[in-house]
Design a binder for this molecule. Structure first.
Ligand code: ATP
Length: 458
């Protein structure tokens, strides 16, 4: 273990994650051929598959495994009044300070000596001549203009969260999906924030994907649902293999709470940069519906025709980041070990999250093995995410699959052509067993459904 690795709380550094992501085509710096654009990233093949699996598991947990949540996909561009009503126009700001000497910009509340009510005096890489300005509030919303004429009436904003798109559709869902509280509306999509200090790879970027759900309850049920959602969301990460010691729930102090929230807890993960937010679960009360009712003139409430009961529902919001969750799964899965005197890097991802579930490999590129392997690949492909790999030595191909986290390798060898069996290699235990090529799809599907714990737990 390198010194830097030993110092990283997770035993893996962000640089190692970035390098693996680049090497294996998960994530690339964006606009690289033009020298890059700070803190924007493009997802390559395996990155797309991994993040897609993260989002699918979220959808599965929200929609398929429950019957009280419906889906929504609202527009990124919304009426500017949305952001006035939500408080984002006036209050979605971070305190910012500039260093007059280095011309660098920092979030005042994230500087080392920042404390409540005190101006920080130091910044990372500070020299003797450095001088920080007073802090100013900086609005994080990206502004754009809509239509051919640029005037003050054409200003619009790229949404900084998906949540408001949900609130403004409350009435639609209530009417057309015929829901009554408690029920939820879930949405996954891009959000944009002009972060002052983006960084740490895909942890904080200016364009990112959120997975948010607004859960509408009767006012007297909100506290109980707040507790339930914290537990439910924590368990989601645990069930997908995150090691329990690397996850914690941190309730916000009163002075940290957003203007709309009566209680918020963060699910935090121990990233290489230390404990950081993975997801926030907030009790938003009736703030959003009340505000939108006021600004739009629409009644946004629940009315029970049978009982005559009428109220503005309260809202519990679990808000997660798809990119941040993807990063946490990568960090948690990353491992290096010695196998038969050689170092291997392996992503011990939950098989459900692994970009590719099975690699089909002919032992050598001759004697009919590639042809048979391609047949098996064609049988597996419609059922399970599979990959065919013929190039290079078998050891090299196993290493490549280990690095992208493929849980199973199927090798076609001389014996396959004689008796129809293949070897099935397990990424984590490295065991190789002979199984019938026929029925492989069913065998692997069954394995995928089995409970799983991280082999890093020992
Ligand atoms: P932070 O304190 O890290 O800025 P936040 O409290 O502002 O996060 P929320 O508004 O609660 O974040 O957003 C919900 C989730 O969206 C976060 O928990 C995080 O996973 C994700 N998220 C927020 N901002 C970013 C960003 N700039 N880049 C990537 N993911 C983000």
């Amino acid at each position: 273990m390198s010194e830097e690795q030993a110092a990283a709380p997770t035993g893996v550094t962000m640089d190692e994650i970035v390098a693996l992501c680049k090497r294996r085509g998960f994530v690339f710096p964006s606009s690289e051929i033009y020298g890059g654009l700070g803190s924007t990233y493009d997802y390559g093949h395996y990155g797309v598959l991994l993040k897609q699996n993260v989002k699918s598991e979220w959808w599965r947990a929200m929609l398929q495994e429950r019957d009280d949540i419906v889906a929504l996909d609202s527009a990124i561009l919304q009426h500017p009044k949305v952001w006035e009503a939500s408080g984002h126009l006036a209050g979605f700001t971070d305190p910012m300070v500039d260093c007059k000497t280095c011309k660098l910009r920092f979030r005042a509340d994230k500087l080392e000596d920042a404390a409540c009510g005190r101006k920080p005096s130091k910044h990372p890489g500070e020299g003797p001549d450095c001088e920080l300005t007073d802090s100013r509030e900086f609005n994080l919303m990206f502004e754009t203009t809509v239509g051919p004429v640029k005037d003050s009436g054409s200003v619009a904003y790229l949404r900084p969260e998906t949540a408001q798109g949900i609130f403004i559709n409350f009435k639609n869902v209530l009417q057309f999906a015929r829901r009554k509280p408690p029920f939820g509306i879930a949405q996954v999509g891009k959000s944009f924030r002009n972060e002052i200090t983006p960084g740490n790879f895909i942890f904080r970027t200016r364009e990112f994907e959120q997975m948010e759900m607004e859960y509408f309850t009767a006012p007297d049920q909100a506290d109980a649902w707040y507790g339930r959602w914290i537990e439910t969301r924590l368990n989601w990460y645990l069930d997908l293999g995150i090691r329990p010691d690397f996850l914690r729930v941190r309730p916000h102090d009163a002075d940290e709470l957003s203007h709309y929230s009566s209680a918020t807890s963060d699910v935090e993960y121990l990233f290489p940069i230390g404990w950081s937010e993975l997801e926030g679960i907030a009790n938003r009360g009736d703030f959003d519906l009340t505000q939108h009712a006021k600004f739009s003139g629409e009644k946004l409430e629940y009315f029970d025709q049978q009982t005559g009961e009428r109220y503005v529902p309260h809202v519990i919001e679990p808000a997660a980041g798809a990119d941040r969750a993807t990063l946490a799964f990568l960090v948690d899965a990353y491992d290096t070990e010695e196998v038969e005197g050689r170092k291997r890097t392996v992503l011990k991802l939950h098989p459900k999250l692994a970009p590719v579930k099975v690699a089909v490999l002919p032992l050598v590129s001759r004697d009919g093995m590639p042809e048979r392997a391609r047949e098996i690949f064609a049988e597996l492909r419609p059922v399970i995410q599979a990959e065919y790999d013929e190039g290079g030595s078998i050891g090299k191909r196993y290493r490549r699959q280990d690095e992208i986290g493929t849980p199973w390798g199927v090798t076609v060898d001389g014996q396959t052509l004689e008796d129809g069996t293949v070897t099935l290699r397990d990424r984590d235990s490295l065991t190789q067993e002979r199984v019938n090529a026929e029925g492989l799809a069913e065998l692997l599907t069954a394995k995928l459904a089995e409970p799983w714990t991280s082999p890093k737990l020992g």
